[in-house]
Design a protein around this ligand. Sequence first.
Ligand code: ADP
Length: 385
Amino acid sequence: MNESPSSSRNGDILIVDDQPENLQILFEMLTQNGYEVRRVIDGKQALVAASSEPPDLILLDIMMPFLNGYEVCQLLKSQPQTKDIPVFFLSALNSQEEKIKSFKIGGSDYISKPFHVKEVLARIDHQIAIANQKRQLAKQCDQLEEINQKLTRSNRELEQFASVVAHDLQQPLTSLIAFSQLLKAERGDRWDEREKTYIEGTVEASIRMQRLIRDLLTYCRCDTPDIPLQLTDCNRILEQVLRDLQPEIEAKNAAVSWDILPAAIAEPIQLGQVFQNLIGNALKYRRDDVAPQIHVAASEAGQDWIFCLSDNGIGIPETDFDRIFKIFTRLHANQQYPGTGIGLSICQKIVESYGGKIWVESEVGVGSKFYFSIPKNPEFDPDIN
Ligand code: ADP
Protein backbone atom coordinates (compact mmCIF):
# COMPACT_ATOMS: atom_id res chain seq x y z
CA MET A 1 0.00 0.00 0.00
CA ASN A 2 1.49 3.31 -1.05
CA GLU A 3 -0.46 6.46 -0.20
CA SER A 4 0.41 9.58 -2.14
CA PRO A 5 1.73 12.57 -0.23
CA SER A 6 0.17 16.01 -0.18
CA SER A 7 1.38 19.24 1.38
CA SER A 8 1.67 18.72 5.12
CA ARG A 9 1.44 21.08 8.07
CA ASN A 10 3.87 19.62 10.60
CA GLY A 11 5.86 17.38 8.36
CA ASP A 12 5.77 14.41 6.07
CA ILE A 13 6.50 11.02 7.68
CA LEU A 14 7.20 7.78 5.86
CA ILE A 15 6.40 4.60 7.81
CA VAL A 16 8.09 1.43 6.59
CA ASP A 17 6.78 -1.78 8.12
CA ASP A 18 5.82 -5.10 6.57
CA GLN A 19 2.93 -5.28 9.04
CA PRO A 20 1.67 -1.69 8.99
CA GLU A 21 -1.39 -2.57 11.00
CA ASN A 22 1.09 -2.73 13.94
CA LEU A 23 1.48 0.97 13.56
CA GLN A 24 -2.17 1.89 13.17
CA ILE A 25 -2.32 3.76 16.48
CA LEU A 26 0.85 5.68 15.66
CA PHE A 27 -0.46 6.47 12.19
CA GLU A 28 -3.69 7.86 13.64
CA MET A 29 -1.88 9.84 16.31
CA LEU A 30 0.47 11.38 13.76
CA THR A 31 -2.29 12.36 11.35
CA GLN A 32 -4.32 13.81 14.23
CA ASN A 33 -1.33 15.89 15.15
CA GLY A 34 -1.01 17.44 11.74
CA TYR A 35 1.52 15.10 10.11
CA GLU A 36 1.14 13.79 6.61
CA VAL A 37 1.83 10.05 6.76
CA ARG A 38 2.80 7.72 3.95
CA ARG A 39 3.03 3.99 4.54
CA VAL A 40 4.96 1.36 2.57
CA ILE A 41 5.44 -2.32 3.34
CA ASP A 42 9.01 -3.10 2.28
CA GLY A 43 12.48 -1.65 1.87
CA LYS A 44 12.34 -1.38 -1.91
CA GLN A 45 9.15 0.69 -1.82
CA ALA A 46 10.69 2.78 0.94
CA LEU A 47 13.72 3.67 -1.22
CA VAL A 48 11.48 4.63 -4.16
CA ALA A 49 9.13 6.73 -1.98
CA ALA A 50 12.00 8.46 -0.15
CA SER A 51 13.94 9.39 -3.26
CA SER A 52 10.94 10.46 -5.36
CA GLU A 53 9.64 12.76 -2.62
CA PRO A 54 11.96 12.93 0.42
CA PRO A 55 9.93 12.88 3.65
CA ASP A 56 10.88 14.85 6.76
CA LEU A 57 11.39 11.66 8.75
CA ILE A 58 11.31 7.88 8.22
CA LEU A 59 10.05 5.35 10.78
CA LEU A 60 11.79 2.17 9.72
CA ASP A 61 11.12 -1.33 10.95
CA ILE A 62 14.27 -3.46 11.27
CA MET A 63 12.90 -6.98 10.78
CA MET A 64 11.62 -7.08 7.20
CA PRO A 65 12.00 -9.70 4.45
CA PHE A 66 14.44 -9.04 1.52
CA LEU A 67 15.96 -5.74 2.61
CA ASN A 68 16.07 -5.33 6.37
CA GLY A 69 15.88 -1.92 8.07
CA TYR A 70 19.67 -1.58 8.44
CA GLU A 71 20.23 -2.22 4.73
CA VAL A 72 17.52 0.26 3.78
CA CYS A 73 19.08 2.88 6.07
CA GLN A 74 22.56 2.31 4.58
CA LEU A 75 21.16 2.76 1.08
CA LEU A 76 19.29 5.93 2.12
CA LYS A 77 22.46 7.36 3.67
CA SER A 78 24.47 6.62 0.51
CA GLN A 79 22.24 8.75 -1.74
CA PRO A 80 22.60 12.55 -1.81
CA GLN A 81 18.84 13.20 -1.99
CA THR A 82 18.00 10.94 0.98
CA LYS A 83 21.14 11.02 3.15
CA ASP A 84 19.91 13.83 5.41
CA ILE A 85 16.47 12.37 6.17
CA PRO A 86 16.32 11.40 9.86
CA VAL A 87 15.64 7.68 10.31
CA PHE A 88 13.95 6.27 13.46
CA PHE A 89 14.34 2.53 13.82
CA LEU A 90 11.35 0.60 15.16
CA SER A 91 12.12 -2.79 16.55
CA ALA A 92 11.10 -5.48 18.97
CA LEU A 93 14.81 -6.41 19.23
CA ASN A 94 15.68 -4.55 22.36
CA SER A 95 19.38 -5.37 22.71
CA GLN A 96 22.10 -2.82 23.32
CA GLU A 97 24.10 -4.09 20.30
CA GLU A 98 21.14 -3.51 17.98
CA LYS A 99 20.71 0.02 19.30
CA ILE A 100 24.42 0.82 18.90
CA LYS A 101 24.42 -0.63 15.40
CA SER A 102 21.43 1.48 14.38
CA PHE A 103 23.14 4.70 15.49
CA LYS A 104 26.41 3.66 13.83
CA ILE A 105 24.79 3.33 10.43
CA GLY A 106 23.18 6.74 10.71
CA GLY A 107 19.90 6.23 12.59
CA SER A 108 18.69 9.26 14.52
CA ASP A 109 16.69 7.36 17.13
CA TYR A 110 15.72 3.83 18.16
CA ILE A 111 12.22 3.04 19.33
CA SER A 112 11.54 -0.29 20.98
CA LYS A 113 8.27 -2.06 20.37
CA PRO A 114 5.84 -2.03 22.07
CA PHE A 115 6.12 1.72 22.28
CA HIS A 116 4.36 4.53 24.12
CA VAL A 117 2.68 6.50 21.41
CA LYS A 118 2.93 9.86 23.20
CA GLU A 119 6.63 9.40 23.80
CA VAL A 120 7.24 8.53 20.15
CA LEU A 121 5.23 11.55 19.10
CA ALA A 122 7.31 13.80 21.37
CA ARG A 123 10.53 12.40 19.87
CA ILE A 124 9.25 12.90 16.34
CA ASP A 125 8.16 16.48 17.11
CA HIS A 126 11.60 17.16 18.55
CA GLN A 127 13.42 15.68 15.55
CA ILE A 128 11.26 17.57 13.06
CA ALA A 129 11.89 20.83 14.96
CA ILE A 130 15.67 20.20 14.75
CA ALA A 131 15.41 19.39 11.04
CA ASN A 132 13.44 22.60 10.44
CA GLN A 133 16.06 24.63 12.28
CA LYS A 134 18.81 22.94 10.27
CA ARG A 135 17.02 23.76 7.04
CA GLN A 136 16.55 27.36 8.15
CA LEU A 137 20.24 27.59 9.04
CA ALA A 138 21.30 26.08 5.71
CA LYS A 139 19.07 28.60 3.91
CA GLN A 140 20.62 31.47 5.85
CA CYS A 141 24.13 30.12 5.09
CA ASP A 142 23.25 30.03 1.38
CA GLN A 143 21.94 33.59 1.55
CA LEU A 144 25.08 34.74 3.36
CA GLU A 145 27.26 32.98 0.81
CA GLU A 146 25.36 34.70 -2.00
CA ILE A 147 25.74 38.12 -0.34
CA ASN A 148 29.42 37.41 0.24
CA GLN A 149 29.95 36.54 -3.41
CA LYS A 150 28.09 39.68 -4.53
CA LEU A 151 30.18 41.83 -2.19
CA THR A 152 33.43 40.25 -3.34
CA ARG A 153 32.40 40.81 -6.95
CA SER A 154 31.41 44.45 -6.47
CA ASN A 155 34.55 45.07 -4.41
CA ARG A 156 36.70 43.73 -7.20
CA GLU A 157 34.76 45.75 -9.78
CA LEU A 158 35.25 48.89 -7.70
CA GLU A 159 38.95 48.21 -7.42
CA GLN A 160 39.19 47.61 -11.16
CA PHE A 161 37.35 50.87 -11.72
CA ALA A 162 39.69 52.76 -9.36
CA SER A 163 42.67 51.14 -11.04
CA VAL A 164 41.53 52.18 -14.54
CA VAL A 165 40.67 55.72 -13.42
CA ALA A 166 43.98 56.10 -11.60
CA HIS A 167 45.87 54.79 -14.60
CA ASP A 168 44.08 57.15 -17.02
CA LEU A 169 44.66 60.14 -14.73
CA GLN A 170 48.39 59.55 -14.68
CA GLN A 171 49.06 60.73 -18.21
CA PRO A 172 47.36 64.20 -18.08
CA LEU A 173 48.84 64.77 -14.65
CA THR A 174 52.35 64.05 -15.88
CA SER A 175 51.76 66.60 -18.68
CA LEU A 176 50.43 69.15 -16.17
CA ILE A 177 53.55 68.83 -14.02
CA ALA A 178 55.88 68.94 -17.02
CA PHE A 179 54.19 72.06 -18.52
CA SER A 180 54.13 73.87 -15.16
CA GLN A 181 57.82 73.15 -14.68
CA LEU A 182 58.56 74.30 -18.25
CA LEU A 183 56.66 77.52 -17.62
CA LYS A 184 58.56 78.05 -14.39
CA ALA A 185 61.91 77.45 -16.12
CA GLU A 186 61.05 79.68 -19.10
CA ARG A 187 60.01 82.65 -17.01
CA GLY A 188 63.11 82.25 -14.82
CA ASP A 189 63.27 85.14 -12.35
CA ARG A 190 60.62 87.19 -14.09
CA TRP A 191 57.83 86.01 -11.74
CA ASP A 192 56.44 88.29 -9.14
CA GLU A 193 55.92 86.71 -5.69
CA ARG A 194 52.20 86.08 -6.25
CA GLU A 195 52.78 84.31 -9.59
CA LYS A 196 55.56 82.26 -8.02
CA THR A 197 53.23 81.07 -5.23
CA TYR A 198 50.60 80.09 -7.79
CA ILE A 199 52.91 78.07 -10.00
CA GLU A 200 54.63 76.38 -7.07
CA GLY A 201 51.23 75.56 -5.57
CA THR A 202 50.20 73.99 -8.89
CA VAL A 203 53.32 71.83 -9.06
CA GLU A 204 53.07 70.77 -5.42
CA ALA A 205 49.37 69.87 -5.69
CA SER A 206 50.01 67.93 -8.90
CA ILE A 207 52.87 66.00 -7.30
CA ARG A 208 50.66 65.19 -4.31
CA MET A 209 47.98 63.96 -6.67
CA GLN A 210 50.53 61.90 -8.56
CA ARG A 211 51.58 60.25 -5.29
CA LEU A 212 47.95 59.57 -4.43
CA ILE A 213 47.32 57.99 -7.84
CA ARG A 214 50.48 55.88 -7.59
CA ASP A 215 49.48 54.65 -4.11
CA LEU A 216 45.91 53.96 -5.20
CA LEU A 217 47.16 51.93 -8.14
CA THR A 218 49.45 49.92 -5.87
CA TYR A 219 46.57 49.37 -3.44
CA CYS A 220 44.25 48.14 -6.20
CA ARG A 221 46.82 45.82 -7.69
CA CYS A 222 48.42 44.38 -4.60
CA ASP A 223 46.05 41.47 -4.06
CA THR A 224 45.50 40.43 -7.63
CA PRO A 225 44.67 36.71 -7.46
CA ASP A 226 47.20 34.19 -8.73
CA ILE A 227 50.30 36.28 -8.01
CA PRO A 228 52.89 33.50 -7.66
CA LEU A 229 54.52 33.36 -4.23
CA GLN A 230 58.05 32.11 -3.79
CA LEU A 231 60.48 31.42 -0.98
CA THR A 232 62.04 34.88 -0.71
CA ASP A 233 65.25 35.84 1.03
CA CYS A 234 64.09 38.78 3.18
CA ASN A 235 67.69 40.00 3.70
CA ARG A 236 68.04 40.68 -0.01
CA ILE A 237 64.70 42.49 -0.11
CA LEU A 238 65.59 44.63 2.90
CA GLU A 239 69.02 45.54 1.47
CA GLN A 240 67.39 46.70 -1.78
CA VAL A 241 64.82 48.80 0.10
CA LEU A 242 67.54 50.40 2.23
CA ARG A 243 69.56 51.21 -0.92
CA ASP A 244 66.50 52.98 -2.37
CA LEU A 245 65.90 54.88 0.87
CA GLN A 246 69.59 55.75 1.38
CA PRO A 247 69.30 59.48 0.44
CA GLU A 248 66.43 59.92 2.96
CA ILE A 249 68.24 57.88 5.61
CA GLU A 250 71.29 60.13 5.26
CA ALA A 251 69.26 63.35 5.07
CA LYS A 252 67.53 62.45 8.34
CA ASN A 253 70.70 61.18 9.97
CA ALA A 254 68.90 57.91 10.70
CA ALA A 255 70.47 54.73 12.05
CA VAL A 256 68.98 51.55 10.63
CA SER A 257 69.98 48.17 12.03
CA TRP A 258 68.67 44.67 11.42
CA ASP A 259 69.03 41.07 12.46
CA ILE A 260 69.51 38.25 9.99
CA LEU A 261 66.11 37.68 8.47
CA PRO A 262 64.58 34.37 7.33
CA ALA A 263 63.37 33.35 3.89
CA ALA A 264 59.59 33.72 3.73
CA ILE A 265 56.96 32.68 1.22
CA ALA A 266 55.99 35.92 -0.47
CA GLU A 267 56.14 37.88 -3.70
CA PRO A 268 59.48 39.77 -3.65
CA ILE A 269 58.25 43.12 -5.04
CA GLN A 270 55.27 43.15 -2.68
CA LEU A 271 57.38 42.24 0.32
CA GLY A 272 59.75 45.08 -0.65
CA GLN A 273 56.72 47.38 -0.71
CA VAL A 274 55.82 46.36 2.86
CA PHE A 275 59.36 47.03 4.14
CA GLN A 276 59.54 50.26 2.15
CA ASN A 277 56.24 51.62 3.54
CA LEU A 278 57.06 50.72 7.13
CA ILE A 279 60.65 52.04 7.05
CA GLY A 280 59.50 55.10 5.07
CA ASN A 281 56.96 55.84 7.82
CA ALA A 282 59.56 55.29 10.54
CA LEU A 283 61.72 57.94 8.81
CA LYS A 284 58.79 60.29 8.24
CA TYR A 285 57.09 60.16 11.65
CA ARG A 286 60.26 61.02 13.59
CA ARG A 287 60.39 63.27 16.63
CA ASP A 288 61.78 66.79 16.14
CA ASP A 289 65.49 66.91 16.90
CA VAL A 290 65.70 63.16 17.56
CA ALA A 291 67.63 61.17 14.93
CA PRO A 292 65.52 58.16 13.83
CA GLN A 293 66.64 54.78 15.11
CA ILE A 294 65.07 51.91 13.24
CA HIS A 295 65.52 48.21 13.82
CA VAL A 296 64.24 45.27 11.77
CA ALA A 297 63.96 41.84 13.39
CA ALA A 298 62.19 38.53 12.85
CA SER A 299 61.30 35.61 15.07
CA GLU A 300 59.50 32.29 14.80
CA ALA A 301 56.09 31.83 16.42
CA GLY A 302 54.46 28.45 15.78
CA GLN A 303 53.60 28.25 12.10
CA ASP A 304 54.50 31.89 11.40
CA TRP A 305 57.44 34.22 10.93
CA ILE A 306 56.87 37.44 12.86
CA PHE A 307 58.68 40.52 11.55
CA CYS A 308 59.09 43.59 13.72
CA LEU A 309 60.06 47.11 12.62
CA SER A 310 60.67 49.38 15.58
CA ASP A 311 61.31 53.12 15.62
CA ASN A 312 61.83 55.88 18.15
CA GLY A 313 59.40 58.29 16.45
CA ILE A 314 56.36 60.27 17.55
CA GLY A 315 54.35 57.15 18.45
CA ILE A 316 50.63 56.49 17.99
CA PRO A 317 47.80 56.74 20.57
CA GLU A 318 46.38 53.33 21.49
CA THR A 319 42.90 54.39 20.31
CA ASP A 320 44.29 54.63 16.76
CA PHE A 321 46.11 51.26 16.64
CA ASP A 322 43.42 49.64 14.43
CA ARG A 323 42.26 52.76 12.61
CA ILE A 324 45.60 53.58 10.95
CA PHE A 325 45.38 50.44 8.78
CA LYS A 326 42.16 51.68 7.15
CA ILE A 327 42.66 53.29 3.77
CA PHE A 328 42.90 57.14 3.77
CA THR A 329 43.17 57.31 7.57
CA ARG A 330 45.78 59.87 8.61
CA LEU A 331 46.44 61.23 12.06
CA HIS A 332 48.20 64.39 10.91
CA ALA A 333 47.71 67.28 8.52
CA ASN A 334 49.45 67.09 5.17
CA GLN A 335 51.52 70.19 5.93
CA GLN A 336 52.88 68.55 9.06
CA TYR A 337 53.61 65.10 7.57
CA PRO A 338 52.83 64.66 3.86
CA GLY A 339 51.16 61.40 2.86
CA THR A 340 48.13 59.76 1.31
CA GLY A 341 46.95 57.46 4.11
CA ILE A 342 47.26 54.41 1.86
CA GLY A 343 50.67 52.94 2.80
CA LEU A 344 49.61 50.86 5.80
CA SER A 345 46.46 49.58 4.08
CA ILE A 346 48.70 48.36 1.23
CA CYS A 347 50.88 46.54 3.80
CA GLN A 348 47.78 45.01 5.38
CA LYS A 349 46.36 43.87 2.06
CA ILE A 350 49.63 42.25 1.02
CA VAL A 351 50.27 40.50 4.33
CA GLU A 352 46.68 39.27 4.60
CA SER A 353 46.78 37.91 1.06
CA TYR A 354 49.60 35.62 2.32
CA GLY A 355 47.43 34.53 5.27
CA GLY A 356 49.30 36.77 7.72
CA LYS A 357 48.36 39.71 9.95
CA ILE A 358 49.75 43.17 10.69
CA TRP A 359 49.47 45.14 13.92
CA VAL A 360 51.16 47.88 15.91
CA GLU A 361 52.31 48.52 19.47
CA SER A 362 53.25 52.07 20.26
CA GLU A 363 53.71 54.74 22.90
CA VAL A 364 53.24 58.40 22.11
CA GLY A 365 56.54 60.26 22.37
CA VAL A 366 58.56 57.04 22.63
CA GLY A 367 58.16 55.10 19.38
CA SER A 368 56.30 52.36 17.54
CA LYS A 369 56.71 48.68 16.75
CA PHE A 370 55.00 47.44 13.62
CA TYR A 371 54.62 43.66 13.49
CA PHE A 372 53.53 41.48 10.63
CA SER A 373 53.30 37.72 10.31
CA ILE A 374 53.84 35.49 7.29
CA PRO A 375 52.85 31.81 7.53
CA LYS A 376 55.60 29.28 6.98
CA ASN A 377 54.53 26.54 4.67
CA PRO A 378 56.50 23.34 5.21
CA GLU A 379 55.23 21.85 1.94
CA PHE A 380 56.54 24.75 -0.13
CA ASP A 381 59.21 23.99 -2.76
CA PRO A 382 62.36 25.51 -1.22
CA ASP A 383 63.70 27.45 -4.22
CA ILE A 384 65.07 30.65 -2.67
CA ASN A 385 64.77 33.83 -4.76
P1 ADP B 1 50.57 58.03 5.30
O1 ADP B 1 51.91 57.87 5.93
O2 ADP B 1 50.63 58.29 3.84
O3 ADP B 1 49.68 59.00 6.03
P2 ADP B 1 50.01 55.32 6.15
O4 ADP B 1 48.86 54.45 5.79
O5 ADP B 1 51.36 54.80 5.87
O6 ADP B 1 49.75 56.67 5.40
O7 ADP B 1 49.89 55.64 7.69
C1 ADP B 1 48.64 56.01 8.26
C2 ADP B 1 48.86 56.87 9.49
O8 ADP B 1 49.48 56.08 10.52
C3 ADP B 1 49.84 58.00 9.26
O9 ADP B 1 49.18 59.14 8.73
C4 ADP B 1 50.39 58.24 10.65
O10 ADP B 1 49.51 59.06 11.36
C5 ADP B 1 50.36 56.87 11.31
N1 ADP B 1 51.70 56.21 11.26
C6 ADP B 1 52.12 55.29 10.38
N2 ADP B 1 53.38 54.89 10.67
C7 ADP B 1 53.76 55.55 11.77
C8 ADP B 1 54.95 55.57 12.59
N3 ADP B 1 55.99 54.78 12.33
N4 ADP B 1 54.96 56.38 13.66
C9 ADP B 1 53.90 57.17 13.96
N5 ADP B 1 52.75 57.20 13.24
C10 ADP B 1 52.68 56.42 12.16
